[in-house]
Design a protein around this ligand. Structure first.
Ligand SMILES: C[S@@+](CC[C@H](N)C(=O)[O-])C[C@H]1O[C@@H](n2cnc3c(N)ncnc32)[C@H](O)[C@@H]1O
Length: 229
């Protein structure tokens, strides 16, 4: 079962009223690139950032950022695969972040792995703080972000959001996955406007990196990856 109690393998493909890349996307990205967000930071995200920042400063090395980490399955797996790095998983949902640690450690076989940290924070603020603090992010993962497939919700997608200039500036490599290819095409298009290029490929991993990936694969859907170097 997933955490919203739907059986695995029962996931519907994305339905959208968009025939292609959103017609206003270039304009939206340009506007955000030229007018940085000045929104005040929320207190809870500032506090969470301070805690994560002290761990990053103590680590003095490579950081991997796992944005929208959900229950933190990918955070644990990335920590195991990259023992030299500190992996920081961020999600705004306390319910997901606080999911049973023992169960996840068992399913991901990550006993004794402790080079990771899960943080409850709103990425609209957290990204700006990471950029300001110049974290040495080698890899920046965004795995299966909420798609917001209706055209009118374009600004809720990460590439349509005010924080996109910070998102695209974080990480030597950015890895974005989705079961909706158009989301990746739009992100790739927005990245190019910001001076970064990437390629889209099909995810062929044997072990799903996240619960959403597992759910889509079991439903026979193709999972896509955008890699920006
Ligand atoms: C579709 S889920 C994917 C979770 C996980 N990556 C996976 O693949 O199983 C999207 C996640 O993004 C998180 N999210 C959405 N907006 C966010 C924001 N502004 N700040 C932090 N997390 C956010 C949600 O809480 C949710 O856990």
């Amino acid at each position: 079962m997933t955490d919203n109690n739907k059986p695995l393998g029962d996931s519907k493909a994305i339905v959208t009223n968009q025939p292609g890349i959103h017609e206003k996307l270039a304009e939206i990205v340009q506007k955000h690139l030229t007018h940085p967000s000045k929104k005040p930071f929320q207190a809870h995200t500032l506090e969470a950032f301070e805690l994560a920042n002290s761990r990053v400063l103590a680590h003095q090395g490579e950081v991997i950022l796992d944005s929208c980490c959900g229950v933190g399955q990918s955070t644990r797996l990335l920590a195991k695969q990259n023992p030299q790095a500190l992996v920081i998983g961020v999600d705004k949902s306390a319910h997901r972040i606080e999911r049973n640690d023992e169960e996840l450690t068992a399913t991901t076989n990550t006993h004794g792995i402790d080079n990771f940290m899960l943080v409850r924070a709103d990425l609209n603020d957290f990204y700006r703080l990471v950029k300001q603090a110049k974290w040495p992010v080698s890899q920046h993962y965004i795995l299966y972000p909420n798609p917001w497939p209706k055209a009118k919700h374009i600004q809720r997608r990460w590439h349509g959001s005010a924080v996109f200039p910070e998102i695209i500036a974080i990480g030597k490599e950015i890895v974005l996955r989705s079961n909706w290819r158009l989301y990746l095409e739009e992100f790739q298009f927005s990245a190019e406007i910001s001076g970064r290029s990437g390629i889209i490929s099909q995810v062929k991993d044997n072990q799903p990196l996240t619960p959403f990936e597992a759910k889509y694969q079991l439903s026979g859907q193709v999972c896509w990856q955008l890699t920006i170097k």
